[in-house]
Ligand binder design. Structure first.
Ligand SMILES: [Zn+2]
Length: 272
């Protein structure tokens, strides 16, 4: 599932490709992807332009003149920018015909992704009950400590909770725990304010490194490539079970935790 860095990369790539282009019409091939009436969706986007590109958690926000198109990619959603004469791929669900002869096409093999229209808002602070953005001032050691000290929950599950902090998923939660030298199952009620300071800083570092890596790949995009933003190459633990730890050489382990595959170094990371 795309997490904050991938969503940010998709957003930056699309901004580069479709900023200020106008939607001439919308073709909805799978009405269940769109969370409102299809005719209403098409009507409200008719002759609107992609004015600005924002992200909140894992949501893409395309701001038009008077409305915002919200898109969540869920497991496998991706966008293609293609010529209108190009053949339409299987699993294409929504097509935005643009005024320069190209299409923005939404493709999703599992069809879990969703789109909706909302009123244009300045800060999206209360958007869908999401917690603070990891890079915002609101996400700090005092906030995290206050919110978590009475929780009976693990560090990993807390990082995955979108109402605690927005945008972190399974991959980066494991990476943040590794960087913070804590086992994913560590109870958050045992984490001190000082240690939260490190976790907050590590969250920002891990996410911004991933964004920088994704960002560097944008240049290689062409309009015929799918925009998925999956560039998790700078990874220490996720998906590396059985391989040596980059820091100590011990074997990376994988367990199930909260029904999620969870990766850690048994030597570098400890419980409190
Ligand atoms: Zn290690």
């Amino acid at each position: 599932m795309p997490e904050l860095p991938e969503v940010q990369t998709v957003l930056s790539t699309l901004e580069h490709m479709i900023a200020h282009k106008t939607i001439e019409s919308v073709e909805i091939l799978s009405p269940d992807v769109v969370q409102c009436d299809s005719d209403e969706f098409s009507r409200r986007l008719h002759q609107r332009s992609f004015v600005s590109f924002k992200r909140r958690g894992k949501y893409l926000l395309f701001e038009m003149e008077d409305v915002t198109l919200v898109s969540h990619l869920r497991m496998e959603g991706k966008y293609f920018v293609e010529k209108q004469s190009d053949p339409i791929r299987k699993h294409t669900h929504v097509i935005f015909h643009l005024n320069d002869g190209t299409d923005l096409r939404y493709h999703d093999v599992r069809r879990f992704g969703r789109m909706e229209l909302i009123e244009k808002s300045e800060d999206y602070r209360d958007f869908h009950g999401l917690g603070p953005e990891p890079f915002s001032d609101e996400f700090n050691a005092l906030y995290a400590w206050n919110k978590s000290r009475t929780m009976k929950r693990s560090l990993k599950m807390t990082l995955l909770d979108q109402s605690f902090v927005a945008g972190i998923g399974n991959i980066y939660a494991d990476e943040i725990c590794f960087r913070s030298k804590l086992r994913p199952e560590t109870l958050v009620s045992k984490i001190s304010k000082k240690r939260w300071q490190l976790i907050v800083e590590n969250s920002r570092t891990v996410l911004s490194e991933a964004i920088a890596h994704g960002g560097s790949t944008i240049r290689s995009y062409t309009s015929s490539l799918g925009v998925t933003g999956l560039f998790q190459l700078q990874i220490d633990v996720y998906g590396r079970e059985g391989e040596p730890c980059h820091v100590c050489g011990s074997t990376i382990k994988k367990v199930r935790h909260g029904q999620r595959g969870t990766h850690f170094c048994p030597v570098c990371q400890r419980r409190l």
